[in-house]
Design a protein around this ligand. Sequence first.
Ligand SMILES: C[S@@+](CC[C@H](N)C(=O)[O-])C[C@H]1O[C@@H](n2cnc3c(N)ncnc32)[C@H](O)[C@@H]1O
Length: 322
Amino acid sequence: MIVLSGYLPEMAKAEAESMIKAMKGSVKKVDNNLMFFEVKNVSNLYRLGLAHSVHEVLLEANKKNFFDAVQKMKKIKGPIAVRVKFMGDKKPAEKKIIDAVWRQSDRKVNLCKPKNVINVFVVEKRVIVTRLVFEIDKSFIGSLKKMPFKKPITMDPRIARAMINLTGLTKGRILDPFCGTGALLKEAATVGLRCYGSDISEDMVKGAQKNLAFFGLKAVLRKADATKLKSIWHKKFDAIVTDPPYGISTSLFNKNLKELYTKSLRSMKSVLKPGGCVVIAVPKKLERSVIINARKLGFAVDTRIEQRVHKSLRRVFVRLYT
Ligand SMILES: C[S@@+](CC[C@H](N)C(=O)[O-])C[C@H]1O[C@@H](n2cnc3c(N)ncnc32)[C@H](O)[C@@H]1O
């Protein structure tokens, strides 16, 4: 089970689902911010941007018969620490719950370095007992503050990570043709993908290079117009993840916004491998035309997630497949 972040819940769900599918697993259900799934190996879930932790489910019971059900739960071996998380309004007796779980263990408690961190989630009418597999390392979120070359356009690292994970890519080549300060590339390189980026602005390319070098990460970066990618990239990519200008603060370099999206989508298609995927952030006002154009170009549109950035900007994350 994954505890998803409450920030951008739809995106959190889609991101986790993509990574589970990439590992040939399947999602069983989503209850509040808890995603239940089956997968052989959970190791790739460490890279989720919009999730808190990964757990093994030990028991799922109705609140009414929890105290009977817990007695039939498999015994937990080794010292434990029990934490109860209430996700509804009513809070049943926390101490009683902890005591009931403790009785199903070796009855040794270690709150500092327990072998088993047992979480009990009380969600409306259900109680779920889990063993923590791992907490997701959130240190990448603070990276934004440390970046030497920052701009207001720099993508939030959690969203950048989620956009990368929406591709489900665990190896291969990824391109950001509107790379700006390189925030998307930084997350892609962190999870081990081979990164390529371009931007029409020389300053951005230099800045992105500086940022990646600062984190000890590698990417091939070029100055290039995203509407002419084939002339600069003589290779094909497994995925493209990108955040083109919204036509508000970013310079459009004399291009009409709609035309920029149409031409750059065509250009992206020309450098994508068959079956490759594009995850693109689109201003809401352009969503319809981008989707119509993408379909005309032969892309299949399979996911859209909306986000209100601020009062005057709504954007939509769209995933396309060739
Ligand atoms: C919204 S910003 C990208 C921000 C980036 N995701 C980041 O985290 O810094 C859009 C970028 O597109 C670039 N751009 C504008 N027109 C372009 C074009 N025709 N080809 C390539 N890049 C372009 C701008 O220079 C800007 O860096």
